[in-house]
Ligand binder design. Structure first.
Ligand code: FE2
Length: 454
């Protein structure tokens, strides 16, 4: 006789719980960051210091130079004269110094003329090996080192750092210091776009590209940063023209070559992808090539987020989502990292691929073949935090917080990866948000905590 009463109670409780969850999607962190303006570090800051010595190499940075990790692109700038294009490199065991010849480029942007920007690809390296390298000439050489990645395999651990929208403010410096000091040592940074924010200065003052290069050298000279270009790399500025009669004919159109500073400064191994085509054609052929037995984790990173519950950059990634999201689900992408929005957010596994304009099916649904979407545009640039959020928090949003920070994606084996996000205000080892990721191909278990309501 008592049974119906129990049932009713259960139903009522369930309704109340559902109502509560529907009103509040996931977790909106109550953490409130100290209110202070985000300002760029002044030009005479120690982190921007030019290395000593005539024509000393500066802004040294490396990125992966091929598909398998046996190549590295070394880049650096010499300010006074071209100097040498040669990079010397050797292993700890072998004292023999190998040589590789690079190229040197320069560019002009409005009234700015760049230094001599060197790019040198070194190839046929041994995997999982520490290399030293030296750039420069005469008395002003500089030495650095890096470690090549291990041979790919289903259970090879590897640790990625995630940084986005970094800029060069005091907060940017905190983000980089926290990343370097994290006990989980990142081996490569996946950078989700918007590097220097030089374009926020009058005439896109390219001196701020140089200061940014010197600022991040302490990390990127020693481990590859893999780049995504953001909107602050475009540097399209037809409006900045010389107002001088004798040059007006030549310069009237301003700076109209998109990505000019970025493409001169940050060379990437685009030829190793086997084609130079528009992105859709490339990605269509790229996804089927991923062999999850060799590389179990499928990570995508881009600049503009597809799932974003802050009131900034609303639906800017929508056209891209409409085109690509069915592939992300079909190929079981594990995680997508994006930047652009200057805050932090992690989604549940959701998709929104059923919508066809007329059917009204336009609400993201729980989908265990879909990736988790993480917005990590919280590097700390001078534009400040995105603090205004959509209310109530949408169901797809698992955790969001308006703080600066960085993240670590720590691959353990083919089935598990440990993810953590670290806000700048905490000690170096604190995880403000964390999650065990289960691989979508090998171990597609449900990690979400709110699957029942989606
Ligand atoms: Fe952006």
């Amino acid at each position: 006789m008592g049974l119906p009463g129990v049932s009713v109670a259960v139903v009522v409780v369930a309704l109340i719980l559902n109502a509560a969850v529907l009103c509040n999607g996931g977790i909106t962190s109550s953490f409130v960051r100290k209110a202070e303006k985000t300002v760029d570090m002044p030009l005479d800051s120690d982190v921007f210091r030019v290395p000593p010595g005539y024509n000393a190499p500066q802004q040294v940075h490396i990125t992966q130079g091929d598909h398998v990790g046996k190549g590295v692109i070394i880049s650096w700038v010499t300010q006074d004269e071209p100097g040498s294009n040669t990079a010397l490199y050797w292993t700890e065991k072998s004292k023999h110094k190998n040589r590789a010849e690079g190229i040197v480029v320069t560019y002009k942007f409005y009234n700015y003329t760049s230094g001599y920007i060197h790019h040198c690809t070194i190839k046929n390296l041994k995997l999982d090996t520490k290399y030293y390298y030296e750039v420069g000439i005469g008395n002003t050489t500089r030495q650095f080192w890096f470690t090549t990645p291990p041979r790919v395999g289903p259970d090879v651990p590897y640790t990625f750092g995630l940084i986005g929208d970094l800029g060069q403010s005091y907060d940017s410096n905190r983000t980089l210091t926290h990343y370097e000091s994290n006990l989980k040592k990142g081996q490569t940074v996946l950078f989700v776009g918007d590097l220097s924010y030089a374009d926020d200065y009058p005439f896109h003052d390219n001196v701020r590209w140089d200061t940014w290069g010197r600022f991040v050298e302490r990390s990127v000279a020693y481990q590859p940063w893999i780049w995504t270009a953001g909107n602050h790399e475009i540097d399209f500025a037809p409006e900045i023209v010389y107002n001088v009669k004798r040059t007006i004919v030549i310069l009237l159109q301003g700076e109209t070559i998109p990505f000019k500073p970025y493409r001169h400064r940050y060379h990437v191994p685009y030829r190793t992808s086997g084609k130079y085509t528009p992105q859709y054609k490339w990605l269509e052929k790229e996804f089927p090539k991923v062999n999850r037995s060799e590389t179990p984790w499928l990570i995508v990173f881009m600049h503009s987020p597809w799932y974003n519950s802050y009131n900034y950059h609303y639906m800017e990634g929508e056209t891209m989502r409409v085109m690509y999201e069915p592939w992300f689900v079909e190929y079981k992408v594990d995680v997508v990292f994006a930047g652009h929005v200057h805050a932090y957010e992690r989604s549940e596994r959701v998709s929104n691929i059923a919508y066809n304009i007329v059917n009204g099916v336009c609400t993201p649904i729980s989908d265990q073949s879909a990736p988790v979407y993480i917005t990590i545009g919280d590097g700390g640039n001078l534009e400040g935090l995105a603090t205004n959020m959509t209310e109530p928090q949408p169901l797809y949003s698992a955790y969001r917080e308006a703080s600066f920070g960085h993240a670590i994606f720590d691959i353990k084996n083919r089935s598990h990866a440990y993810y953590s996000w670290h806000r700048n205000q905490d000690g170096y080892a604190i995880e403000a948000d964390s999650l065990w990721f289960f691989n979508r191909f090998w171990n597609p278990l449900d990690e979400s905590t709110r699957w029942d309501v989606l």
